[in-house]
Design a binder for this molecule. Structure first.
Ligand code: BGC
Ligand code: BGC
Length: 836
């Protein structure tokens, strides 16, 4: 149903009237942007100038002018807004003339993140149809659908998954990068989308950053050498002005600017570097992107010199649009406008004034739309800026051919589901895997003989989610298993195929035990999937709970079995014990769906010769210790080949990394994280008990704390409570700030076994003066269940999420008996608790 325009304007005017301050704020803000000066203000004249190569199409320009003359103000505002599938219907797109929809990492059609491919195409048709519906008298601008196809069409089950960008960086092969772009574009087109939020052209300078794997390299020249190729692969040449008639989509270079340059590698953080570093390191990839006519640029969540990029007019308009002549449109990141000084998720004219053309307003699209409309009607944001933004968006849509392309399902490649993960496409990914492997050590073990008996150990060896990393089917790459990867080949499966083809045999044994003595062992180890900010770490050490395979390597080696360490990782990390404990060491990065590419290089031809050589070179320095400042053990560009002269191995110094952990785990293995305490509290006035050893008693004997088993012996704490109110609390004297996590789909995960249900329970978080508690049914379970409570729910219940010194509180009344196995942040709940 279409909302009549008059009433929309009336609603909008009402909003403005009730918020008398809104207008004043805008006046002040626009004054601020026009006289930007001081820290975080760039000088466009010192930046390189480019020429946007996409030819001006006079026919398109005439059409744009004609449309702008006919569009109503609400129609124009709608074009500036992008909503997420989580929170928008085709009906909304019709009513509000929304310019774009996106599918975030955890969204999917019809509420199913793991929806089968045909459902995506069906949803694309529905959104398209409502966008072009002119029965209400509107002009009917077709909607464009964006998706994070960041290593292949990676939200779709069965798609070809390429190595994440860091692995591509190791290949040093722009031609292959272009072919990867072509395959990715073709697979996107099968399911009806037109736009990928890729490539990420970050130039990570600190690998503690959890998104470092999304960048090709720490070296700006290497990143710059890839960008044009990827954009060309995705979009075709800049002269291409009808992308949808061929196998293409539009690209988005992201995140402008210095997403990989934040201090200490903190995601969405601040970069305090100089303007020349900003330009020369992080700006380097944008020249080649513009030279290839990239259609969109996504602006970074992060800040430069204390100023949020999304509100930085000197960079977004001054440098990118004016100086670099970028002719496409600029999209902001997921509610990033809400982080701009003076803005909220619901209101941020500052972003538009800085040069953002389209707001990524996943769940906030409606208030953003209302707010922009009200301000436009009140004249506090200039029509010229609105028209310019709309024109940019229409220009890209015309170049795409969106106005003529018809319904998504009628376009070339649409619905050809066999194209997803086709043998030809997988062959390209397999080639990329082969070329991305980096050999750091080889003491006469590789290549493996195909005729022998091979042991494949390590928990990551037969785990497609693990080898694919974050941004795979789900946002964090968690909550999925091998059954979600039809047609893919795990590392183990690839090795088995190669060895069996040569007449040998393979035993898969995660813990490295064996029945028949192997001739050699491959021990797969390394990181587990993570994405944005979940992957940030304090040091460059592999998390201590992932180092178990070191002992497996040492044990096998002690028995005289040659060991190949194969590392799955999003970044170079300190792993000296594995380098010492193995005879050969191969970095596989995050290879994706084609595990056979690993066997291609590791398993020889049966006559002692390799079938493929190692060609990968490190895309960034490999650290000597967990502290980057201690320098490189292997420098950028390092990588052995089969021809490298054998050198003696001098054992590397090892340091203690027992404390290296994901700081998002607050309680595990029966213990709170380092510097945290486990407390039992009663009503106000009762003495509080800090539980250090078990068994323990609290609240005058009303609560008994003992050990219970979870994953490992005594891996949980059991609380047996008699009557009354009692709270189990995790406290940290350094209050935690969960603001970023709260803006995303992050949950507090609590793994509980309830043996005797309480009368009532509340679960939540608290700070010194605020708290957010949710009532929790807490039924008897007789087994551990991983519950998740959305952080945004705790915020809506009143917790100040920036300042929590008791981030976990479980309060019960009545007699109860339960055990807590784990408390951490994450996305993989078995049961998501309602927020009511
Ligand atoms: C990420 C972007 C991504 C977007 C949509 C953001 O949080 O920073 O890289 O494209 O979400 O999923
Ligand atoms: C979405 C991602 C997005 C992130 C932003 C998540 O809820 O699924 O696509 O990038 O939030 O932080």
């Amino acid at each position: 149903m279409h909302t009549p325009r008059a009433s929309l304007s009336a609603i909008a005017a009402g909003i403005l009237a009730t918020s008398a301050l809104a207008g004043c704020a805008t006046v002040r803000d626009s004054a601020q942007v026009s006289s930007e000066s001081g820290a975080g203000v760039a000088h466009p004249e010192i930046w390189p100038a480019y020429d946007y190569p996409v030819p001006v199409n006079p026919e398109h320009e005439a059409r744009i002018a004609n449309l702008l003359a006919r569009m109503t103000l609400p129609e124009k505002i709608g074009q500036l807004v992008q909503a997420d599938l989580c929170c928008v219907t085709p009906e909304d797109v019709r009513t509000y003339n929304l310019g774009s929809i996106l599918v975030g990492g955890n969204s999917g059609p019809y509420g199913n993140d793991l929806a089968p491919a045909p459902e995506w195409l069906r949803a694309a048709d529905e959104f398209y149809a409502s966008s072009v519906d002119t029965s209400d008298g509107g002009v009917g601008i077709p909607v464009v659908w964006g998706t994070d196809a960041v290593h292949g069409h990676s939200n779709i089950i069965g798609a070809t998954l390429f190595p994440h960008n860091i692995g591509l960086g190791a290949m040093r092969d722009p031609d292959l990068v272009e072919r990867i772009g072509q395959v990715t574009a073709a697979e996107i087109r099968v399911t009806g989308q037109e736009w990928t939020f890729a490539p990420t052209v970050a130039v990570p300078q600190d690998y503690r950053w959890g998104r470092a794997y999304e960048g090709y390299s720490s070296n700006p020249d290497l990143v710059a050498s890839y960008v044009g190729a990827m954009v060309r692969g995705l979009q075709g040449p800049p002269s291409n002005d009808d992308l949808l008639s061929g196998p293409y989509v539009i690209a988005s270079t992201k995140h402008f600017l210095a997403d990989g340059g934040t201090d200490n590698g903190v995601d969405q953080g601040n970069s305090s570097i100089s303007e020349s570093e900003l330009r020369d390191i992080h700006g380097a990839p944008y020249g080649p992107a513009i030279a290839e006519g990239v259609a969109t640029v996504m602006v970074s969540f992060s800040s430069w010199q204390g100023r949020k990029m999304t509100g930085n007019r000197s960079l977004v308009t001054g440098v990118l649009k004016d100086r670099m002549d970028f002719g496409g449109f600029v999209v902001s990141d997921w509610n990033a406008h809400g982080q701009v000084e003076g803005c909220t998720n619901e209101s941020c004219p500052q972003a538009l004034m800085a040069g953002i053309d389209m707001y990524m307003a996943p769940d906030s699209w409606r208030p953003i739309y209302d707010d922009l409309l009200a301000r436009a009607e009140a004249g506090t944001i200039p029509m010229s800026r609105i028209d310019e933004a709309v024109a940019r968006i229409l220009r890209v849509k015309m170049r795409l051919g969106l106005f003529e392309a018809g319904a998504p399902s009628t376009r070339p490649l649409s619905g050809e589901f066999d194209t997803l993960g086709s043998p030809e496409h997988r062959a390209v990914a397999r080639e990329a895997v082969r070329k991305s492997l980096v050999l750091l050590k080889n003491q006469n073990v590789l290549p493996l003989a195909p005729g022998g008996r091979l042991l494949v150990a390590g928990e990551g060896a037969d785990d497609l989610a693990r080898q694919s990393g974050g941004w795979t089917l789900s946002w964090q790459g968690t909550g999925i298993d091998n059954s979600n990867f039809p047609g893919a080949t795990s590392i183990y499966a690839g090795l088995r195929l190669a060895v069996e083809a040569g007449g040998g045999s393979v035993q898969l044994s995660p813990d490295g035990s064996f029945t028949q003595r192997p001739d050699a062992a491959v021990v797969v180890f390394g990181e587990k999937p993570y994405a944005e900010f979940q992957g940030d770490r304090e040091t460059l050490a592999l998390d201590a709970d992932l180092t178990g395979p070191y002992a497996t390597m040492a044990r096998l080696r002690a028995q005289g079995i040659p060991v190949v360490a194969l590392m799955i990782t999003g970044r170079p990390l300190y792993v000296n014990p594995a380098l010492n404990a193995s005879d050969a060491f191969v970095v596989a990065w995050l290879p994706g769906s084609e595990g056979e590419g690993i066997a291609d290089v590791l398993v020889g031809d049966g006559e002692g010769n390799p079938r493929f050589d190692f060609t990968g070179k490190l895309p960034a320095d490999w650290p000597r210790t967990p502290d980057m400042d201690d320098g490189a053990l292997f420098e950028f560009g390092y990588g052995l080949t089969y021809g490298s002269p054998a050198a003696a191995w001098t054992p590397l110094a090892e340091v203690d990394t027992a404390a290296a952990a994901d700081t998002r785990t607050w309680f595990a293995a029966g213990r709170p994280a380092a510097s945290w305490s486990l407390l039992v509290e009663g009503n106000e006035g009762d003495a509080q008990t800090r539980v250090t050893t078990v068994p323990a008693e609290a609240l005058s004997g009303r609560v008994r704390v003992s050990a219970a088993d979870f994953q490992v012996q005594e891996g949980a704490r059991r609380f047996t409570i008699q009557d009354g109110t009692a709270s189990v609390v995790l406290r940290n004297f350094e209050p935690v700030d969960l603001d970023r996590e709260t803006n995303a789909d992050v949950l507090m995960l609590v793994t509980l076994n309830t043996m005797d249900a309480p009368d009532s329970a509340m679960l939540g978080a608290a700070g010194e003066t605020t708290s957010g508690m949710v009532s929790f049914a807490m039924p008897r379970t007789d087994g551990f269940v991983r519950y998740g409570i959305p952080l945004r729910c705790l915020r809506s219940k009143g917790a100040d999420m920036t300042d929590l010194n008791q981030p976990f509180v479980l309060q019960t009344t009545g007699t109860t008996d339960f055990a807590i196995g784990e408390v951490r942040l994450g996305t993989d709940a078995e049961v998501v608790l309602p927020c009511d």
